[in-house]
Design a protein around this ligand. Structure first.
Ligand code: ACM
Ligand code: ZN
Length: 766
């Protein structure tokens, strides 16, 4: 027996290895499962199919009925749901059950096995069974995309699966723009389909208070409405009955709804209704513009606390979630600095400053929530002035807040702007005039890893997961929210669910193509993403060639050279492999679909020179946003564009560029050239001086050139220019280049004394 089980285990491992790269061939499920292995036969869903319940608890019964409805509506059947105890002699069954002793599976995980007669889904807990049913649901829907007929085939697979993170959230701001309950449900539906399990409902803001509070009716009578710049009244709110309806709907989808009730800032709508709770008491309107406002709740006034406690009493009754989000981000301290009541509070409580006053506020609310059996979540500003004792931190201004909180043994939800802000644009800006902030294409969301390397394993255990945020300042319609949400949420779902080692963007992108059809069929709008062409370079030391590859996050893009590409290929030729330009020049390329150029063509400026692919060491690292990850960008032949954020420029903040280049063989060098940016408005200064040292075999470094570049400062308007240095040296084996940064903004600058930038794109050696 023992030997047989060993053979079986080996067979499983072998098939797993074989399978690793092509799970999508069996079923293109998103998020990718931990392991999907082939089985001998598939399963047909017919009108005789019966869903069997291995446990008759009410949650399981509701889940089974939900699956039944889905199958019935797709196939036009009326299949049965019944207890497994009455299953004697039945064939063609879908069994849902608990199994406590699955060694490979943790909470939320499940095992699904398909054969000719049955589909068996087993979870350790309800979450697990639910997730398994979601996988089956998706498989059924995807099968219908492939072949629309009454017959639904579940492919021959076995799945072992469990989430990487327990918290997989999506946020929605319903304050900047209001969305009806019907849309909230549609939003929840697509979340559940992709195993997102927390809905962060941002219900109060400067521009609106959207949840009915019976004790303070004016919060919605006044606070839910604003007058737009054109004079129109805009608004809406959710009655408590509607809130209950949403919470109940989410529960059926196994989604926990976390309400956010902002305090003490981002609260102008509440203060428009109850101005006596602000520091000044002045009557202000509900604003219709975006931003951060100085009028916030008065922290010195006991009535403020009474207000929030009463509000939270009602909110806690409506939301069964253990968490409640209190916002606490972006609260200016200006009013508190001048308010006698706030100052009195600071004195009486022995606080050091207004940051500690905010901390006092949040801690006091936390105590109230804890007393009522709830836990507090706040944005990472709650770290300032000291964390409330048990607070969970939602880290949005990068990952640092989350890192600091985890080090203090606090739970963390990672939602850094760079990876998780779905109000950032995802396609070329000219096609997304309403998007704001930075560039967050699909591939970048996919690369999100909520576990920072800076934390050890123990500290990492405080990271509960991550969340995508949808701030709706510039999202007026449901269609546009869907467009900004999708398909980026699918990438996030895989980033939060699937194991890091199983993630592969190309594989995801291939599966995504079927999901786009599914989303269309389900009535969702989505973005086709970025058509930006990315250039990757790789120096081939064997052939001494600098190889360029053009890629894009589009699936199998048709990239063609448009003009001036004679040094590489004939114009119009499809580009699909690495190439090595034989001369310097400008390469213009674009992505085509059905013979049409999509978006604008991309221009790449290329310099073929003697430094390409040589070993370069930077003694001071560029900023992580501008070339910091690799040094190679200074010797890859690719020049920067007008935009210093294009990824081709290396940016040094407050430090010099000091590079040591070792040549693979001795070089005769006539000159060094490099471009720099001068844009004092963006704190970018020209280089101050340059020196170059060279070394021949067996010799020490010798100074070759030293030059002052102060004259460059006379050119005041933003510009890009080149520095030329004559070298005229032969047989150099190494070069050291020192480009001096001014380090501080000059006294003539509005922000004099702050660290300034130095930007260089390529060290061109000829
Ligand atoms: C935030 O984006 N202000 C949390
Ligand atoms: Zn005050």
């Amino acid at each position: 027996m023992k030997n047989w089980s060993l053979i079986i285990i080996l067979a499983i491992i072998f098939s797993a290895c074989n399978f690793e790269n092509k799970s999508h061939l069996e079923s293109p499920v998103i998020p990718r499962t931990n392991g999907m292995y082939p089985m001998p036969s598939s399963f047909d869903i017919t009108e005789k199919t019966v869903i069997l319940l291995g446990s008759n608890d009410t949650q399981m019964t509701r889940l089974a009925n939900k699956l039944k409805s889905q199958i019935d509506s797709i196939c036009g059947f009326d299949i049965k749901v019944q207890d497994v105890a009455d299953a004697e002699g039945l064939r063609n069954v879908i069994l849902l059950s608990f199994k406590n002793d699955m060694k490979r599976i943790g909470n939320g995980g499940y095992h699904m096995e398909v054969d000719k007669d049955k589909v068996v889904i087993q979870g350790k807990d309800f979450n697990g069974v639910f997730n398994g049913v979601m996988t089956l649901s998706q498989i059924i829907l995807l099968d219908q995309i492939k072949e629309e007929d009454a017959k639904v085939e579940v492919p021959n697979i076995q799945v072992w699966d469990q989430p990487r993170f327990e918290y997989r959230g999506m946020h929605l701001d319903v304050c900047r723009h209001y969305f009806p309950v019907s849309f909230i449900k549609k939003y929840l539906d697509v979340m559940a389909l992709y195993k997102m399990n927390y809905f962060h409902w941002h219900l109060t803001e400067d521009q609106a208070w959207r949840i009915e509070i019976k004790a303070y009716p004016e919060l919605t009578e006044i606070g839910a409405w604003r007058t737009e710049a054109n004079g129109e009244k805009y608004g809406g709110f959710y009655t408590q009955e509607q809130v209950k309806e949403v919470v109940a709907y989410a529960r059926e989808l196994n989604i926990t709804v976390i309400p956010e009730i902002e305090m003490p800032g981002h609260a102008r709508a509440a203060l428009a209704a109850y101005p006596e709770l602000s520091c000044t008491g002045k009557q202000l309107e509900v604003p219709h513009t975006w931003g951060v406002f100085e009028d916030v709740f008065c922290s010195g006034n006991e009535e403020t606390f009474k207000f929030y406690e009463t509000v939270l009493d009602e909110v806690m009754d409506l939301f069964p979630a253990e968490y409640l989000h209190v916002g606490a981000d972006e609260c200016p301290k200006t009013r508190w600095e001048e308010c006698p009541k706030c100052q009195k509070r600071i004195k009486e409580e022995g606080l050091n400053d207004e940051h500690e006053l905010q901390s006092y506020f949040v801690s006091r609310m936390e105590k109230y929530l804890n007393k009522n059996g709830k836990k507090l979540i706040g944005w990472d500003e709650i770290l300032e002035g000291g964390l409330a004792p048990d607070a969970t931190v939602m880290s949005w201004r990068g990952m640092q807040g989350g890192i600091d909180a985890a080090r203090q043994e606090h739970d963390v939800i990672m939602t850094p702007t760079d990876y998780c802000y779905f109000d950032y644009y995802q396609a070329e800006p000219e096609f997304e005039p309403k998007a704001i902030g930075g560039f967050l294409p699909l591939s970048k969301v996919y690369a999100f890893n909520p576990l920072p390397k800076e934390l050890n394993e123990e500290q990492q255990s405080y990271i509960l997961g991550g969340q995508g945020n949808v701030w709706t300042e510039y999202m007026e319609t449901e269609e546009y929210v869907e467009y900004m949400l999708l398909p980026r949420m699918l990438a996030l779902s895989e980033a939060l669910w699937s194991r890091e080692k199983n993630k592969n963007f190309d594989d995801f992108n291939e599966r995504l193509q079927t999901h786009k059809k599914l989303l269309t069929k389900l009535g969702y709008n989505f973005s086709n993403g970025s058509y930006q062409i990315r250039v990757e370079t790789k120096f081939d030391t064997a052939t001494n060639e600098n190889k360029l590859t053009f890629t894009s996050e589009q699936y199998e893009p048709e990239i063609r050279f448009i003009e001036d590409a004679s040094m590489i290929l004939d114009s119009g030729e499809v580009f699909n492999k690495a190439f090595s330009p034989q001369a310097s020049g400008v390469i213009t390329a674009g992505i085509f679909e059905d013979g049409k150029l999509m978006r604008n063509a991309t221009q790449i400026k290329y310099e073929k020179h003697l430094g390409l692919g040589q070993d370069i060491k930077l003694l001071k690292k560029p900023n992580h946003k501008y070339g910091g990850e690799t040094n190679a960008g200074l010797l890859d032949g690719i020049l920067g564009s007008d935009n210093h954020k294009d990824g081709k420029w290396s940016g040094f903040k407050g430090k010099d560029l000091v590079a040591e280049i070792d040549f693979t063989e001795p070089k005769d060098l006539k000159s060094l050239r490099f471009s720099y940016i001068q844009h004092q408005g963006a704190w970018i200064m020209p280089p101050k001086a340059v020196s170059v040292y060279g070394r021949t075999e067996g010799q020490a470094y010798e100074l070759i050139y030293e030059g002052d570049l102060k004259d460059l400062l006379n050119i005041k308007k933003p510009n890009q220019s080149e520095v030329f240095v004559e070298l005229n040296k032969t047989q150099l084996v190494a070069l050291k280049i020192h480009v001096e940064n001014y380090k501080k903004l000059p006294s003539s600058h509005t922000y004099a004394g702050n660290e300034c930038w130095l930007f260089v794109d390529e060290l061109i050696l000829e």
